[in-house]
Design a protein around this ligand. Structure first.
Ligand SMILES: Cc1cc2nc3c(=O)[nH]c(=O)nc-3n(C[C@H](O)[C@H](O)[C@H](O)COP(=O)(O)O)c2cc1C
Length: 472
């Protein structure tokens, strides 16, 4: 028997408005009776998410939501493009509800594309404002639609003795086409996909990559009967679709992993990861050699930092292990000894600090010195502007230094920024025979790490964003 020649899509009429606590299986059985339909093995029941959410009490009153600072920030960011496109306003309370339902906000422009806590990528975390009835009431997606589908399937099986499948559906927009489409968000009894790989096509060729999203196709077909607005048909029966029964099926099994999802902009995420993961590494390095070419590639990236009037005042000196580095560090330590003595430190303390400095700067596979080349700074007659120009130089080389540290992070290299050369400028210049216009500023130790470093605390946003008070 070939079921696929005819598939029936039957909307169940006469379903009452669903309230919290209603039993969806009882509603389905009553509706089947009213519609004079008896369940058969391999029937598929498609249920609109909205009635599952309502029966589970997954609704919220917007008036009772207190939007967070983040929700207000997002509101301010998206409101202009929403207005310019004439779309309905998304107030901060709704944005807060969306945030509460999301793991990630993937895009925030005129729409909020979210990754829900289940892992679905959809607009507004699947929150629905239509077909709810009361003003200010929104429905949230069910917490675990796979479990809801399974419970309904098992209860229906116990009551009717029929081996059926259940799909919970919602309508999701799509990235490249206008128009929402029925999409399965929970399944039971049917595999989400029909894997055709290894099967033969019409001409006998073996299919290599074909995987059919069968539950989404079924949900989309059911949507034609359910409608979106006031049709009031939240339950649809599909009969005649030939599928392999699988009581272990889960929609989660077809959620594409972030790493292979080309449209999730992994580059953005990777970039944010790099920003957050970069750490100052102040421990022993692994014995693994570092290729000088990799260091040069990182310095190549550091050239792209912004600089005042594009002066690019940064100069890098790469110091590999060897005599030159030893002599430099020993000379710097003479100055350190002198400074520490002047501060009244005892021999024990001085010895300890010198030993630590030797360890830090001599053991690192690479030591990189960053200098500011004053030659490129603008010249002024007055001291204030001359001083400010020097500040600009320092700010500019600092941005290059930051780029460099981030570039190291991309190469899985660990590094730390040390200010020691600043305290021994002349010695560094003299030891390395640097041009007169160079001001030694920073040492970077670089190598492969031996261990992970915990991130030190960051100040709260409130502490670092100063809100000026406007007095009238
Ligand atoms: C301008 C500057 C100078 C620094 N000088 C030193 C230093 O001399 N010694 C040191 O151990 N760390 C130094 N650091 C590293 C800081 O301690 C480190 O960046 C800070 O603790 C934050 O840790 P994180 O970089 O892992 O986020 C310096 C960092 C900067 C930006």
């Amino acid at each position: 028997m070939n079921f696929k020649e005819e598939i029936k899509i039957i909307g169940l009429r006469g379903i009452p408005l669903i309230k919290k606590g209603d039993k969806i299986t009882d509603i389905i059985i009553e509706a089947l009776n009213k519609n004079e339909i008896s369940l058969e093995d391999r029937d598929i029941i498609i249920i609109a998410q909205s009635i599952i959410s309502k029966s589970n009490g997954r609704i919220r009153n917007l008036n009772k939501i207190n939007p967070s600072e983040r929700a207000v920030e997002i509101y301010k960011h998206i409101a202009p493009s929403i207005r310019s496109l004439g779309l309905p306003e998304k107030d901060p309370k709704l944005i807060q509800a969306i945030l509460d339902e999301s793991k990630n906000i993937i895009r925030s422009e005129h729409v909020l594309i979210t990754e829900t806590k289940h892992g679905f990528i959809c607009a507004d975390a699947g929150i629905d404002k239509s077909n709810v009835g009361e003003k200010g009431i929104i429905t949230l997606l069910p917490k675990n639609p796979d479990i809801d589908a399974e419970k309904i399937r098992i209860t229906l099986k116990n009551k009717t003795n029929k081996e059926i499948a259940v799909i919970i559906s919602d309508s999701f927009g799509r990235a490249f086409r206008i128009g929402a489409i029925g999409t399965a968000i929970g399944v039971s009894g049917i595999d989400p996909i029909l894997d055709m790989r290894g099967k033969k096509d019409l001409f006998g060729y073996e299919l290599q990559t074909t995987i059919i999203g069968q539950v989404d196709s079924l949900a989309a077909a059911a949507q034609l009967v359910m409608g979106e607005s006031d049709e009031g048909i939240p339950i649809v029966l599909i009969r005649g679709y030939n599928f392999q029964f699988n009581e272990k099926s889960k929609i989660k099994s077809i959620l594409r992993k972030k790493e292979i999802d080309l449209f999730r902009s992994p580059k953005d995420e990777k970039f944010l990861e790099i920003l957050k993961n970069r750490r100052s590494y102040k421990f022993d390095f692994a014995s693994k050699d570092v290729d000088k070419k990799v260091i040069e590639e990182c310095i190549e990236l550091a050239r792209w930092a912004p600089s005042a009037h594009n002066g690019q005042f940064w100069r890098y000196i790469i110091l590999q292990k060897g005599m030159l580095r030893e002599r430099l560090v020993d000379k710097m330590n003479e100055k350190l000894r002198y400074d520490l003595l002047k501060d009244g430190n005892g021999e024990e303390v001085i010895k300890g600090k010198i030993e630590k400095t030797r360890n830090t700067f001599l053991k690192a596979p690479f030591l990189i010195l960053l200098c500011l080349d004053q030659k490129e700074l603008e010249k002024y007659e007055d001291t204030e502007r001359t001083h400010n120009e020097l500040f600009l130089g320092v700010q500019s080389i600092s941005s290059s230094a930051t780029y460099l540290l981030l570039a190291f992070e991309t190469k899985k290299l660990a590094a730390c920024w040390y200010c020691a050369p600043l305290f021994a400028k002349d010695i560094v210049k003299e030891s390395l025979k640097l041009p007169k216009s160079y001001i030694p500023m920073v040492f970077f130790t670089v190598g492969y790490p031996l261990k992970a470093v915990k991130a030190p605390n960051r100040k709260d946003l409130k502490e670092i964003i100063y809100e000026p008070r406007i007095l009238d």
